[in-house]
Design a protein around this ligand. Structure first.
Ligand SMILES: Nc1nc2c(ncn2[C@@H]2O[C@H](COP(=O)(O)OP(=O)(O)OP(=O)(O)O)[C@@H](O)[C@H]2O)c(=O)[nH]1
Ligand SMILES: [Mg+2]
Length: 199
């Protein structure tokens, strides 16, 4: 069924484990390295300029943010791999993330966002292994395609395909939070996974 994206709103921001809540809603979670454009992508999908907070400074999103979108949650995650992050902060990211993923929830899809200029990095492989261990379906989004020439994008796309060839099914979407490229494709994916997901 086609979803209505027009009346989205922030439901809750969780900075600490004990702020996480139980819910019966289905969720799609957006994960990836810091600064790859997760929050921008969410804004573009929802056709809103400032719903999710965006910044040039990596580490903008420091809480797990739940947005009501139709009958599901869009979940904006803090980015990982932020170089300046302290060990303590990394630990708190890990434990917040782990609590989120380990609590019984209806996460029907994870959207792993990459910066097309970098492609798959070490921590992204770790994230994928983690998602597989939790039996969570995921798609990979190469964001910021507006920053590269077509042939450069093609090169990274093929490289990413190779990087992920150990998976049975890989779905890679080219995206730009600036131009809106990929919005319809990603919406279709989300709607399809939402439809087939049963707990
Ligand atoms: N040119 C271009 N810039 C983008 C795109 N997506 C995001 N940006 C820029 O990248 C920077 C980081 O964007 P965010 O959306 O805050 O990234 P994030 O992944 O949410 O970052 P954290 O919350 O720190 O994990 C901002 O300056 C955005 O304007 C895109 O598709 N194209
Ligand atoms: Mg963010």
């Amino acid at each position: 069924m086609i979803m209505n994206y027009s009346k989205a709103g922030l439901f809750k921001s969780c900075y600490l484990k004990n702020q996480l809540f139980k819910t019966n809603k289905k969720e799609v979670v957006f994960v990836g390295r810091s600064n790859v454009g997760k929050s921008s992508l969410i804004n573009k999908m929802l056709n809103r300029k400032k719903l999710a907070r965006v910044s040039n400074v990596p580490g903008k999103t420091i809480s797990i943010n739940f947005y009501n979108v139709d009958d599901i949650f869009f979940v904006d995650f803090p980015g990982y791999g932020f170089a300046k992050i302290s060990k303590n902060k990394k630990k708190s990211w890990d434990s917040l993330a782990d609590t989120y993923f380990t609590t019984k929830r209806k996460i029907f899809l994870a959207v792993l966002v990459l910066d097309v200029r970098r492609g798959m990095q070490e921590l992204d492989f770790e994230m994928i292994k983690y998602l597989i261990s939790k039996k969570i379906y995921f798609v990979v989004v190469l964001n910021k395609v507006d920053k590269l020439k077509k042939n450069e994008v093609k090169e990274i796309f093929e490289e990413t395909e190779k990087d992920l060839s150990f998976l049975k099914n890989i779905e890679i979407i080219l995206f730009s939070s600036k131009t809106g490229k990929g919005v319809e494709e990603l919406k279709n994916k989300i709607e399809n996974y939402r439809e087939i997901f049963e707990v």
